[in-house]
Design a protein around this ligand. Structure first.
Ligand SMILES: C[S@@+](CC[C@H](N)C(=O)[O-])C[C@H]1O[C@@H](n2cnc3c(N)ncnc32)[C@H](O)[C@@H]1O
Length: 271
């Protein structure tokens, strides 16, 4: 495994416990029955009752188990051993049937067999991946003919701006287009708890342009059903403001001027 992916995996092993206990994830609410999935993604994915759903980069399985609560037969995949063991414990704790597999996404075809009705991934996944074409091939590989792939994720446009604490205006900082060498960011706790102590010094990430994402999925054999771009983000960024519905938006004078989040559905034709 690449040295950057190894370092990121060690970081995610550390972040798992911090995130699980954090107010950001509100695991207690989930245990009490709250569905953490967003209304728009449930509407866009549609009914999953009885469907086989594969969740790529599932972290400790919170969203995976929400799909299970809606009746899906779920498999979650993540490369962090800590995340997978926490996901299994959480499933047992709430009495939900779920399968969790520890694997780097790029190696998944060597560790998991079969096809799925829905291949799902969401919120904070693509930036960890150096090779978007290889990612798309893996995602498409697991979609059964007649099934579909679905992603909801931060928009690549929203990721070009300086996100240092206290930066309120839009300052170009990160590349929009894909690049070989990772962006190296000094670690400051976890995104779910900035004050938590963490041993890993850096996180490594990659940008992927929207055209690169769409093209990679198409070349991998999927047909794009829709690409929706949203004027909100699902987590805070210093240049955004909290909105009444729990999302985060540009200040009123710039609202609706830039895409901040997106969702995409792509199908594998039958036969
Ligand atoms: C922000 S989480 C996304 C899950 C979900 N949105 C959440 O917030 O719980 C990103 C996940 O990607 C996983 N990940 C990063 N790189 C990976 C890789 N190469 N293969 C498999 N999982 C990876 C991390 O371990 C982490 O659990």
């Amino acid at each position: 495994m690449d040295k950057y992916l190894k370092a990121n995996r060690a970081l995610w092993d550390e972040w798992t416990g911090i995130n699980y206990r954090s107010n950001f994830y509100k695991v207690a609410d989930f245990k009490a029955g709250l569905n953490k999935l967003r209304a728009y993604e449930m509407a866009e994915v549609g009914p999953v009752d009885g469907k086989e759903l594969l969740h790529l980069q599932c972290h400790f399985g919170l969203d995976t188990l929400c799909w299970a609560r809606l009746g899906a037969r779920v498999t979650g995949v993540d490369f962090s051993a800590a995340a997978i063991s926490q996901a299994r414990a959480l499933a047992e704790d709430v009495g939900l049937d779920a399968r969790f597999v520890q694997s780097d996404i790029y190696e998944l075809p060597q560790h998991l067999e079969g096809g799925f009705d829905v291949v799902y991934t969401s919120r904070g996944v693509l930036g960890w991946l150096p090779d978007i074409e290889r990612w798309a091939r893996v995602a498409a590989h697991f979609v059964r003919p007649g099934g579909f792939f679905y992603i909801t994720e931060i928009h690549p446009v929203a990721q070009v701006f300086d996100d240092d604490e206290g930066v309120r205006d839009l300052r170009l900082r990160y590349p929009y287009f894909g690049h070989a060498e990772p962006i190296t960011i000094p670690t400051k706790g976890s995104y779910a708890d900035r004050d938590a102590p963490v041993r890993q010094e850096f996180e490594y990430s990659w940008s992927h342009a929207m055209g690169e994402i769409v093209t990679a999925l198409t070349v991998a054999g999927l047909r794009i059903d829709f690409l929706h771009e949203f004027p909100f983000a699902e987590w805070p960024l210093p240049f955004l403001q909290p909105a009444a519905d729990g999302t985060h938006r540009l200040p009123p004078e710039h609202d609706l001027k830039l895409p901040l989040f997106f969702s995409l559905k792509a199908s594998k034709p039958n036969g």
